[in-house]
Design a protein around this ligand. Structure first.
Ligand code: FNR
Length: 189
């Protein structure tokens, strides 16, 4: 079987290191996983005033999540939390009340930073949000990627075999997590 993974990059930056990381993850993922980016950059700032009439960007976000079997978050850490743009996208997807797109949707969290902590604090914050949104998230392995430019090519080539093995294993475990979750929680229609 194949599984559709929608990936969300938490950074809007043109030269995002997390976008580069996402390319590496796609290259190293097992063949059962098919990837589609779910864009977040054109979403207006959410307010519940929109709940009665979502704009096209909000509808497209929810449709893209619905069409995916699982969601992969690849995010930087901004000021020890997730970027506002990512939180905004999650708020959009979680509403209107009673129509939370993350319910029972398997997820995983990963991120890269030039610093030694490797987005650990942002990921912990994101995990709280995903718990509240009732997304069965992969607990382990965790992946705090210290981004070293020499190790990651622009197209996601990974030149360090230890890093390559680590990321390949992360994606295998993510596939197994998706399979397990979908076995007990079939997609809602
Ligand atoms: C950062 N950066 C950062 N790094 C980190 O490890 N912990 C942090 O709390 C922060 N805070 C932070 C705030 C803001 C507003 C910016 C712009 C940056 C540095 C950050 O990891 C670095 O810019 C990465 O390149 C961001 O990832 P993307 O956007 O390139 O994917």
């Amino acid at each position: 079987a194949t599984y559709k993974v929608g990936y969300i990059i938490g950074s809007l930056a043109g030269r995002s290191i997390n976008r580069t990381l996402s390319k590496a993850l796609i290259r190293l993922a097992p063949p059962e996983l098919e990837f589609t980016e779910i864009p977040i950059k054109d979403l207006p700032l959410y307010s519940y005033d929109y709940d009665s009439d979502y704009p096209a960007e909000g509808k497209a976000l929810k449709a893209a999540i619905a069409a995916a079997d699982a969601i992969l978050f690849v995010t930087p850490e901004y000021n020890r939390s997730i970027p506002g743009a990512l939180k905004n996208a999650i708020d959009w997807a979680s509403r209107p009340w009673g129509d939370n797109s993350f319910t029972h949707k398997p997820s995983a969290v990963i991120g890269a930073s030039p610093g030694a902590i490797g987005t650990a604090v942002a990921q912990q914050s994101l995990r709280s949000v995903l718990s509240y949104c009732n997304s069965p998230q992969m607990n382990a392995p965790e992946a705090y990627v210290r981004f070293v430019p020499e190790v990651f090519g622009d197209e996601g080539e990974v030149t360090d075999s230890g890093t390559e093995d680590f990321l390949r294993n992360f994606m295998r475990e993510y596939r197994d997590h998706i399979v397990r979750v979908l076995t007990v929680l079939p997609p809602r229609t």
